[in-house]
Design a protein around this ligand. Structure first.
Ligand SMILES: CC(C)(COP(=O)(O)OP(=O)(O)OC[C@H]1O[C@@H](n2cnc3c(N)ncnc32)[C@H](O)[C@@H]1OP(=O)(O)O)[C@@H](O)C(=O)NCCC(=O)NCCS
Length: 146
């Protein structure tokens, strides 16, 4: 297990985030979570996951899906409400950018994208993210029942 300590005593874990932890943090900020089955599949297939612990308690998470060469998508950046405003969100984004840096082709540029609600845009702008004219298109595709 790879871990690291922050200056203020939190523990950062890499690629350890499991479905139950994910659901716990999801519910703390967004309410009704996705199913355990869907979440387990997602955790298994996520390229890079970072989580932060206060002792035994998970307090923050983020994950990145991507191909290492050309593009990444940052998903599910969550700091538990009791721990917001203490620099953990900054650590999460920093860890993802470090992972991207460590795994990309030297000297190249990689597109790192995410989707943010308007009130969270200033948070991401602190790391250089900026909106462009492209719009987000989405369907919620229903997986067929055989
Ligand atoms: C958005 C979120 C991840 C930020 O995490 P956090 O731990 O509170 O953020 P930090 O304490 O690391 O803040 C880092 C910097 O961003 C700023 N910041 C944080 N949230 C902000 C916001 N909503 N608007 C403007 N600035 C913000 C902080 O003031 C700080 O600035 P500084 O370093 O210049 O002093 C957290 O509020 C959260 O989990 N929210 C609920 C889930 C969510 O909406 N996630 C985003 C999905 S798009």
């Amino acid at each position: 297990m790879t871990t690291k300590k922050t200056e203020n005593g939190f523990t950062i874990k890499y690629n350890e985030l499991n479905a139950k932890e994910f659901i716990f943090l999801w519910e703390s900020v967004w309410g009704e979570p996705p199913s355990l089955e869907q979440t387990e599949l997602a955790m298994k297939n996520t390229l890079f996951k970072v989580s932060i612990f206060d002792g035994e308690k998970i307090v923050a998470m983020a994950r990145a899906i991507g191909d290492k060469g050309l593009c990444y998508y940052i998903k599910d950046v969550v700091v538990h409400p009791g721990y917001q405003g203490r620099g953990l969100g900054r650590i999460l984004i920093g860890e993802i950018l470090e992972y991207i840096n460590a795994n990309g082709a030297e000297g190249t540029e990689i597109a790192v994208e995410l989707c943010a609600m308007p009130d969270k845009i200033p948070f991401y702008e602190k790391f250089g993210f900026a909106a462009n004219e492209a719009q987000r298109l989405r369907i919620m595709h229903k997986v067929k029942v055989e």
